[in-house]
Design a protein around this ligand. Structure first.
Ligand code: ZN
Length: 155
């Protein structure tokens, strides 16, 4: 029962995903997950297979959970097609291929970037762009000779 709550808290929506273990070590919250074994379509020939080729572990960052850094320890299963001998990983909904951070963490990062205003937005909201950019300009004192600026005398 508590595993179901954990899935909701971690925003895992896949029914076939199983949380096998959770534990805290130092400042990290580890979540061990794997999918139920099942039949999957071969990406090359389309034949259904449930024959497992091998397993591998993927470590995926999953944001901050209750003040701890969330780490998903994903036991990824690879299937092998009996017809064409193609090996392929099981499909998953929480991390892209080769990614080191989860999709949810990706979404949160993009959301945070949207919250941050850039100079142009701030300038548009508060003043006109010219006034805003001028407030950050560094004024350099230009020496004056005979009542004229050096830049003017050189001309
Ligand atoms: Zn195949």
């Amino acid at each position: 029962m508590h595993i179901n709550f954990t899935k909701h808290l971690l925003n895992f929506k896949d029914k076939d995903l199983i949380i096998t273990n959770t534990y805290i070590n130092n400042d990290k919250y580890y979540i061990d997950v794997e999918y139920k074994k099942g039949y999957h379509d071969c990406p090359k020939c389309g034949n259904k297979t449930s024959k497992v080729h091998d397993y591998s572990n993927r470590i995926i960052k999953h944001g901050v959970i209750n003040g701890y850094f969330g780490i998903i320890n994903y036991r990824r299963r690879r299937y092998v097609c009996k017809c064409c001998n193609t090996r392929f990983p099981e499909p998953n909904t929480f991390v892209y291929r080769y990614a080191k951070i989860s999709n949810l963490n990706n979404d949160l990062i993009i959301k945070k970037f949207n919250e941050i205003n850039n100079f142009k937005t701030i300038a548009k909201d508060l003043w006109n762009v010219h006034t805003f950019l001028n407030s950050f300009r560094i004024d350099i004192a230009i020496p004056v000779i005979n009542g004229r600026h050096i830049a003017q005398t050189a001309m």
